[in-house]
Design a protein around this ligand. Sequence first.
Ligand SMILES: Cc1cc2nc3c(=O)[nH]c(=O)nc-3n(C[C@H](O)[C@H](O)[C@H](O)COP(=O)(O)OP(=O)(O)OC[C@H]3O[C@@H](n4cnc5c(N)ncnc54)[C@H](O)[C@@H]3O)c2cc1C
Length: 439
Amino acid sequence: MNGFDGVVSSRRGFLGLAGGSAALLALGSAPAQAARVKTAARVVILGAGAAGTALANRLVTRLEGAEITLLDARKQHLYQPGFTLIAAGLKPAGYSVSATKDWLPQGVTLIEEAAAGIDPVAKTVTSTGGTVLGYDFLVVATGLKLDYDAIPGMSLDLIGSDGVGSVYAGPEHAAKTWEAMDKFTSEGGVGLFSRPATEMKCAGAPLKYTFLTDDYAVRKGTRDKVEIKYLAHNKAFFSVPIVSEKLRMLFGERRIQTAFDHVLIALDPGRRIATFQTPEGPKEEGYDFINVIPPMRAPDVVRASGLSWADKWTDQGWIEVDKGTLRHARFPEVFGLGDICGVPKGKTAASVKWMVPVVEDHLVAQIEGKEGTQVYNGYTSCPLITRIGKAMLVEFDYNDNLTPSFPGVIAPLEELWISWLMKEIALKPTYNAMLRGKA
Ligand SMILES: Cc1cc2nc3c(=O)[nH]c(=O)nc-3n(C[C@H](O)[C@H](O)[C@H](O)COP(=O)(O)OP(=O)(O)OC[C@H]3O[C@@H](n4cnc5c(N)ncnc54)[C@H](O)[C@@H]3O)c2cc1C
């Protein structure tokens, strides 16, 4: 059995993060019980989000004597899949917030500063406080930057007022987005929903919020005075063709108007006008509510480090890793993990769950002078909420193959209550188990 088969079969045995449940907690792919590897290696991890925290927890159980240092200036850990529920008025802002340090094991040194410089040739990282850290292994897990500045007229201060929402900006902003969406679905008008043309985390989230807004208007009896428009950035609603087609049908049934090739490029909050780039040139759309989702890029420090792809995603700066091993193409002691990776799919926490054991495997094998065997197959998943109490559990890989965790039990393209429960109830405990390195 090669490494790829191993990953696939273990995935079938367990559940994807989005399909998480108690079974995952019991059976999940916790670090192997092999003898700990003795080493004095210096491992530096940039970012204590979903990916960095999960890896740190697993490495302390695999390595004995290693110096593991984690850098992150953010004292709060944010459970981002909760933002959609907060923005739908179903959870309070605090639902997504915990303390970063509470997730970290003994044996990991947390430096509460960001990386300000990365020199992969000298093998050093410089923190914002000026500390220079040498490393033997570097794991870049910085997540991504929400580039609100790329939309003239948009500012985080606007969120919650004058019909401006943004589910992505953080838990407090998600709560303010709920206030704006609640008002809109009570009073009526035009609601605009779109996604950026860059790669993005959780590409399902813009769609979920469109459906949730429709559902609220239906429940409030205001649907006839609410116009909902979903403006896709290219010629599809989703990267997987069969899912895109299902969405086309659902949008039609729900009277959600659609257009292709529309990318938000400017906002005039005073006039409540959004400008979209289209093949015919800039086009203005009036709104009473808009869910602004900005372009997403690698953080500046990563883009300046020389670790990004030189010939792909040049406006976005994702790092140049092998899509199977997540090892950097030019610096073998550097790995990418999570949203920062320049791979064709996988900007979800569900992907992180399957990426972490792969990086762990190759990093530990390299310390031992061996070859790692695990391969990331692009697994990602999206519990695509279609109304309160219903979701489609869409799971797929690099090749757009649907990869259901529960074949024959949960149909990926059906709107099911059980799939809703996965998102609303099971996902957070499963995510937390992943953070602890237990799943
Ligand atoms: C609205 C929304 C809904 C979502 N829904 C789902 C869902 O239903 N299912 C799902 O699986 N996923 C979902 N996701 C995606 C998921 O949250 C991310 O893919 C996941 O958090 C990625 O993990 P990460 O560690 O790469 O990045 P993050 O979790 O974002 O962590 C990155 C960390 O790096 C730190 N950092 C940044 N710059 C630096 C620096 N210079 N130095 C040091 N540290 C730095 C940050 O402070 C942060 O703590 C959703 C995301 C959003 C926003």
